[in-house]
Design a protein around this ligand. Sequence first.
Ligand SMILES: CC(C)(COP(=O)(O)OP(=O)(O)OC[C@H]1O[C@@H](n2cnc3c(N)ncnc32)[C@H](O)[C@@H]1OP(=O)(O)O)[C@@H](O)C(=O)NCCC(=O)NCCS
Length: 181
Amino acid sequence: MIIGSKVILHDKRLGDALNDYTWRTDPELAQLDAAPVPNTTFPKYLSDYASELRQSSSTRHRFAIDTLDGKHIGNCGYYDIDETKGKAEIGIMIGNRDYWDKGYGTDAVTTLVSHIFHQTNLKRIYLKTLDSNSRAQKSFKKCGFTPYRHLVRDKYSFVFMELHRDQWRGNSKQKLNQVRA
Ligand SMILES: CC(C)(COP(=O)(O)OP(=O)(O)OC[C@H]1O[C@@H](n2cnc3c(N)ncnc32)[C@H](O)[C@@H]1OP(=O)(O)O)[C@@H](O)C(=O)NCCC(=O)NCCS
């Protein structure tokens, strides 16, 4: 369990499946994620979910995002972990709209980034979001990410953003000094 200021990140569990299915099959969320809406029933989704939970992976780690009082509001994780190049991609979704624009996404990403840099030797974390997703970009900038590349793939136009360990360390020190001043 990883505790942030507004959220707790924990390993996925079977009880998260219904919310995840609801969010995965929500057309607006799928559009924001540049993902197709899966054409699968809940029982099939649940069975795949259960078998995925039984497998451990060294190239990705997925977490549920809960509020501090235990409400499941979204998911995040890191994927495509490349230890040779020292990089990984992160992803996030606050599925419960009641929790948008209230700082939960920013805290979840800040908490995830801190966990990754403390627990691994990775040097660079990156992410991608749609060029049109201004909310996401604003949130990621607040977490210290900066845009470095644009890419058009299929019908989607993406911006890639990155955060290097050194920048993150510098930002953390700066925040600490502001608190002490
Ligand atoms: C993107 C997401 C993770 C951001 O998390 P969040 O908790 O909503 O974001 P935060 O409240 O931490 O920050 C959002 C900021 O964007 C601002 N914002 C909201 N809509 C905006 C818009 N259309 N244009 C510019 N800024 C906007 C908010 O006011 C806030 O800034 P502030 O703190 O200065 O007021 C979350 O909204 C989410 O998952 N949304 C749905 C799925 C999605 O977008 N998926 C793609 C993610 S790559």
